[in-house]
Design a protein around this ligand. Structure first.
Ligand code: PHE
Length: 367
């Protein structure tokens, strides 16, 4: 019969000396695996006399249990050591300076959209949108443009080739078609609910297109449309709203005047000018004796309301359309409009804004 004590001492020592988990596992297979040393000895039990079996059986089982327990203990120790080692090796030094991360910039036009949206949201306006490609109906007819109005002609408007019905779509020349789409939706909603019209208070930021190009005009540019319709809104609200917007936007009290003008879709119509002065190359908005036009506005024309089935004897309100690119140039001192669309990375880095400090109602405009 094997010397069980000898086996136990030898294997226990080897277990204690196993240097890592791999070595320990190899040892377990050699000692206790199916064809391992202890299993082989166990197998000899079958050939023993019952007396021998009674003597060796329990001893062998005790040996097996003891060796298994030793392996589990050693495994625990090795695992703890391995973890300690990993923790030491993978320790992060939080005091090291960070690697610089290349960060993009927000385009000034996007920045101004975000600022204007924050201001108008504060005044209770929601954001509405419409398509860049419009029908003649939404861009002109529903807005009370007479059939022969010059803005419909080729020199101002980008027309698409006629479709199968002979209809020529246009790239919208202003954001005003969103007025019509918004009013139609509100009228539909009121019909569905069998209720009165909900008051309308929206802005519509977006791209607009005219066949024009010089230092202050590009074929694509940006506007924010505004529309308020209810039963009581009057011209005084229009002036107050725009005066408040412009002062909030330029973050200073801005001198403004409303000059009579003409738009087919408003009556009366006005353009809003803001005061500025030129100091060297710089334009200072708010003070000074020079006037600069920045937006068109007016009381929504009764024919516009009629075109969507709203009774102009009950409902009224105002609309405005402001040029976003012009606002950006003025507020951030950008001299050439064409650079806005040149896709020059250095220009965007220089004039752009941090993407992690965008304007919102909680933090205000500037950061
Ligand atoms: N749509 C006009 C333009 O593009 C601006 C405007 C909008 C004027 C709303 C009055 C009311 O010039």
């Amino acid at each position: 019969m094997e010397n069980l004590d000898e086996i136990q001492n030898r294997i226990s020592t080897a277990i204690e000396q196993a240097i890592d988990l791999g070595a320990l596992e190899a040892l377990r297979v050699v000692a206790l695996g199916k064809k391992g040393e202890v299993s082989l000895v166990l197998r000899t039990l079958g050939a023993m006399s019952p007396e021998q079996r009674q003597e060796f059986g329990p001893k062998l089982n005790a040996l097996k249990t003891e060796l298994n327990a030793a392996i589990v203990r050693r495994r625990g120790t090795l695992e703890a050591e391995a973890l300690e080692q990993r923790l030491a090796e993978e320790k992060i030094d939080v005091s090291l300076p960070t690697q610089p991360i290349a960060m993009g910039s927000i385009h000034p036009v996007s920045q101004v959209f975000a600022e204007a949206e924050a201001i108008f949201a504060d005044m209770g306006f929601a954001v509405a949108t419409g398509p860049d490609i419009e029908t003649d109906f939404y861009n002109f007819t529903a807005l009370n443009f007479p059939p022969k109005h010059p803005a419909r002609q080729m020199h101002d408007t980008f027309f698409f080739a006629p479709d199968a019905n002979g209809e020529r779509k246009v790239l919208r020349t202003h954001t005003s078609p969103v007025q019509i789409r918004t009013l139609q939706a509100v009228v539909e909603q009121a019909k569905r609910d069998g209720k009165e019209l909900e008051p309308v208070r929206i802005i519509a930021p977006g791209r607009t297109y005219r066949c024009d190009s010089d230092q202050t005009h590009t074929p694509m540019f940006h506007q924010i449309e505004g529309l308020v319709i209810d039963q009581t809104t009057h011209m005084g609200h229009l002036k107050g709203c725009l005066q408040d917007f412009i002062s909030a936007f330029f973050e200073t009290q801005v001198k403004a005047r409303f000059r009579p003008h003409h738009f087919p879709f408003t009556e009366p119509s006005a353009e809003m000018d803001i005061g500025y002065e030129r100091v060297g190359n710089e334009i200072r908005v708010g003070q000074g004796d020079s006037w600069m036009e920045i937006l068109g506005c007016g009381m929504v024309h009764p024919n516009v309301l009629r075109s969507v089935g709203i009774d102009p004897d009950v409902y009224q309100g105002f609309a405005f359309g402001v040029g976003v690119d012009r606002l950006a140039m003025l507020k951030y001192g950008i001299p050439d409009l064409r650079e806005f669309f040149a896709a020059d990375q250095r220009w965007v880095q220089h004039y752009g804004f941090s993407p992690i400090s965008q304007p919102n109602l909680a933090t205000g405009l500037s950061s």
